[in-house]
Design a protein around this ligand. Structure first.
Ligand SMILES: CC(C)(COP(=O)(O)OP(=O)(O)OC[C@H]1O[C@@H](n2cnc3c(N)ncnc32)[C@H](O)[C@@H]1OP(=O)(O)O)[C@@H](O)C(=O)NCCC(=O)NCCS
Length: 232
């Protein structure tokens, strides 16, 4: 988490002893001490901006070629050829089109090109066997162990129920455990507040602003680049 070397054990013990004494002098009892330590841990994880996804109770396929991640509510499975038409329908939606709009690099690739590229991996999010959205890792770079994350809840009535967050957490876990990713990045319009808040809640941090990167609705708009670093 920190680039500095670890503190010597004696220093940590001395600081802990002194904080303990101070807490007791304030009138802390043993339960208060436990809550105090938890509070410090929460701060440490928030500050680090590192992997904030807790392990889920899910079954996961073991290969990137064939996967099905079955959570208690939401499933994330490998996209099939016949899912493409549904994805194309979803990105026609005024909100759903943001799945494509936040792309960078001036590429004219269509959704179909992206879907069929061997550098990309697409998944479908299902709720009780019904497809509600999609996830993708684009430009998976095996050498640097990085990939770009995309997400979409395509069915409007399925938005705002926490399914995007749940499915994205599974997708990140899959990326880390099966694809061995060490960094996951994404691009988002700086006006896409729901998406930015969702990303932050999962530990993503802003690492840059691409000024006037996208031509959307007749104006040039800024893109944020956010990333999640996985502790090794
Ligand atoms: C971004 C998107 C996937 C979020 O889907 P969703 O179903 O609304 O998300 P969830 O219900 O799982 O919400 C999870 C979190 O997102 C944030 N969020 C969702 N809607 C929000 C809103 N209207 N305002 C602020 N934050 C919001 C919150 O942090 C929420 O957590 P909370 O409920 O604990 O507060 C969805 O809006 C979407 O498909 N957008 C179009 C495609 C897109 O923009 N993709 C990202 C670029 S690749």
């Amino acid at each position: 988490m920190s680039s500095k070397g670890a503190m010597p054990k004696q220093t940590i013990e001395a600081v802990a002893k002194s904080m303990y004494k101070q807490a007791i002098s304030y009138g802390f009892n043993r339960d208060d001490i436990v809550r105090f330590v938890n509070e410090i841990l929460d701060h440490a994880f928030k500050e680090s901006g590192a992997f904030a996804v807790s392990p889920s109770k899910m079954q996961m396929g073991s290969s990137p070629e064939e996967f099905a991640i079955k959570g208690p509510k939401v499933h994330v499975r490998q996209a099939r050829k016949d899912d493409l038409s549904l994805l194309e329908q979803w990105v026609e939606d005024p909100l759903g089109r943001l799945f494509l709009l936040s792309r960078v690099g001036g590429t004219d690739a269509t959704l179909s090109d992206m879907f069929h590229s061997p550098a990309n991996l697409f998944a479908v999010v299902e709720l009780e066997e019904k497809p509600i959205g999609a996830l993708a890792y684009l430009n998976h770079d095996k050498h640097h162990r990085v990939a770009e994350l995309r997400k979409l809840i395509g069915e409007p009535e399925a938005r705002g129920h926490g399914y995007a967050k749940l499915a994205t957490q599974y997708w990140i876990e899959f990326g880390v455990t099966t694809l061995a990713l060490r960094k996951i990045y994404l691009y988002t319009l700086d006006t896409n507040l729901a998406n930015i808040q969702l990303n932050e809640s999962m530990g993503f941090r802003v690492e840059g602003l691409l000024r006037e990167e996208c031509f959307v609705d007749g104006t040039y708009q800024d893109l944020l680049r956010m990333s999640l670093l996985i502790p090794q």
